[in-house]
Design a protein around this ligand. Sequence first.
Ligand code: PEP
Length: 247
Amino acid sequence: MRRFLIGGNWKLNKGIIETSEFATYLLKKDLNINNIDVFIAPPFTSIPKALEVFANSTISIGAQNMFWEEKGAYTGEISPKFLKELGVQWVIIGHSERRAIFGETDEWVRKKLNMALHLGLKVVICIGETEEEREEGKEKEVVENQLKGAIEGVEFDASMISIAYEPIWAIGTGKTAKPSDAEEMHNLIRELLGEKGDKVRIIYGGSVKVHNAEELLLQENIDGALIGGASLDYESFAEILKIAGEI
Ligand code: PEP
């Protein structure tokens, strides 16, 4: 039995004041999330505040990115070792915005994955096709290549890795994959993971909102969600956590 994993990806939103306010309001809710795993990934500069305000809760803190070296002459990069030192438990790698805007490649994703695992950080690897690739019927090929590019040759414990299937056309657009289409892709990803497939959590991301969360989470191979926009609002994030906790 795989526990649900719900991640909130705040992207470049919420400084320390908003982080603190969000936690105050969210933690006042009756969350009942003992049977699921939850993390929030704020911007780097809000991470220490997030760690402080969520310290007495079961909500963990993640980072939205990291570099593949621990230290050195890499101006402007973020050391995974220092994230770990802060108390960060999760890291998102290969988000489509990083691939599209910052040129992140499968090779970078693999290098980051190896380093994160070496340091004991839990990883969410994001993969997913563009609208054009889906229209051309190439979505399975694209997802397979990204998955292989990220994990081929990497030794990992299934509990340390989750895959987020995030069709790019569904991210931040309000368009969601049909639960049956998402399920089909999750099933394929599970098969591609081979013997570890049963244990690795495969979560869905792409305009998950209160109104569609249940239908998506009820799919057999959807083990949670990576949530952008709806994680910024404590009411909707709390509602989605409640839905997940009650399934
Ligand atoms: C994301 O950023 O990973 C994401 C899924 O965003 P949204 O929920 O806003 O589509």
